[in-house]
Design a protein around this ligand. Structure first.
Ligand code: NAP
Length: 411
């Protein structure tokens, strides 16, 4: 039988979520094709191609090779889905559908609203098109080099809806937000097209300012659903988007374990790994590997501040992982940057154990545990999503965490 090829073309696809999303919608043989710019034309003539998604940087470059374009693709000037049918290549733009879904799911109503979009690339053009279709009254694009730019944001302080269509805050450089949404006091809805990390700084600041904050994963999953409908010439129930979204959100979120030294993070992490099949990382072990010394040796030779710096680097590295279990040192939550890094892609569990049961040996910072616990309690409270007592068996605690994680990790 002739092979039917489905997949994604782009230049660097190492961190793409497309294959897992299409797998969950039922398309099992979806492949990733990293190609160079001069290979586009010949690749698009590969025998057996049935459906392709297109990502950065080729969404415009493929247009000259299309036989037909959908209205959305033509208006947006960008193709992210190609259907190969009856010897023709038909270019679609499913980002527009993804944006409709993202707005609706979050309860952000564009009707008669002033929309401010940050960034002027391909995604921004899809937002302009979708906002217009959803009835926006006024649409402003803020660009670093445009008439509306980051120096004259005061002109648009009256925005109702803010959309980040820049890569600012995206993996592997998650720090930073293109603006502070709080500046736009009237804005009730904020959408960030970035989906990795799941909680960008733009979204965090939006939430802190009491606004509706919608992340880009719902758009990514919804646009994939429409692409798959085009690929297979079939209809997929809208309810499937919610199911796939929850499953992908869970697969792309990590579990972070924090708590006092000796509370059981490492053992519970191992037990959780057994239950879930997720890989487990121990921050202290990472620090020791990186330094080529044990933690007590680092403390003695380099001092506590250098240890904390090494720890912050390890936390940052580990927090970029998705779908992992991360056991952290007892003091990791003391730094604000560590707490912020963990929140981006992790559900954070504090393991709580009676201070009198905590071991003291081989832990250089664990001399006066009662005092330490009192001092650190507010930082654990800031860091955690859930507190889990470790007062039964290790397996009990691990099972409790896994149940909570499965029930509560969704987009
Ligand atoms: P892009 O073309 O690379 O960039 C978009 C625009 O962002 C640029 O044209 C630029 O506009 C602005 N920009 C770039 N770097 C910036 C910086 N350091 N500071 C401020 N502005 C900057 O990307 P795109 O294809 O439009 O995608 C934008 C984002 O949306 C990406 O993160 C992408 O992953 C995401 N996206 C998500 C989905 C989804 O399904 N969730 C779909 C499509 C795209 P100016 O030069 O005018 O300032």
């Amino acid at each position: 039988m002739d092979e039917k090829i489905f997949g994604l073309i782009g230049r660097k696809l190492g961190h793409s979520d497309s294959a897992i999303i299409h797998d969950k919608f039922g398309l099992k043989n979806y492949r990733l094709f990293e190609i160079e710019p001069d290979e586009i034309e010949s690749f698009l003539n590969t025998p057996g191609l049935k459906g392709l998604n297109v990502t950065i940087p080729y969404k415009r470059d493929v247009i000259p090779f299309m036989d037909e374009l959908s209205d959305e693709a033509r208006s947006v000037g960008s193709v992210n889905t190609i259907v190969f049918k009856d010897g023709k290549k038909i270019g679609h733009n499913t980002d527009v559908y993804g944006l409709y879904y993202m707005a609706k799911r979050a309860g952000i109503d564009f009707d008669n609203k002033k929309v401010v979009i940050f960034g002027s690339g391909g995604a921004s053009r899809a937002v302009i098109y979708a906002a217009r279709k959803m009835g926006a009254r006024e649409i402003v694009v803020v660009s670093r080099t445009g008439e509306n730019n980051y120096e004259n944001l005061h002109l648009h302080k009256d925005a109702d809806i803010l959309v980040n269509a820049t890569p600012v805050g995206m993996y592997p450089n998650p720090e930073g937000s293109v603006v502070d949404p709080a500046y736009f006091e009237k804005a009730a809805g904020c959408m960030d097209l970035v989906y990795n990390p799941r909680l960008t700084d733009f979204l965090k600041l939006s939430k802190n300012a009491g606004k509706i904050a919608a992340g880009g994963l719902s758009m990514l999953v919804a646009q994939a659903k429409q692409a798959e409908e085009w690929f297979l010439d079939t209809e997929i129930d809208d309810g499937e988007i919610g199911r796939v979204l929850s499953e992908v959100a869970r697969a792309r979120t990590s579990i972070a374990l924090v708590g006092m030294p000796g509370a059981g993070k490492t053992s519970i992490g191992r037990a959780l790994s057994e239950i879930s099949g997720l890989p487990v990382y121990d921050a202290d072990a990472e620090i020791e590997k990186e330094a080529g010394m044990t933690i007590p040796e680092i403390m003695e030779k380099e001092g506590v501040p250098v240890f904390r710096e090494r720890e912050a680097q390890a936390v940052r590295r580990l927090s970029l992982l998705r779908g992992a279990i991360i056991a952290l040192g007892g003091g990791a939550v003391l730094r604000e940057d560590n707490r912020a890094n963990l929140k981006r892609n992790c559900r954070v569990y504090q393991i709580a154990r009676d201070v009198n049961l905590l071991p003291r040996d081989g832990r250089p910072l664990s001399k006066n545990l009662s005092e330490m616990e009192k001092e650190r309690a507010p930082y654990y409270a800031l860091a955690r999503d859930v507190i889990v007592p470790n007062d039964g068996s290790i397996m009990d605690a691990a099972e409790r965490i896994w149940r909570d994680f499965c029930e509560n990790t969704r987009d």
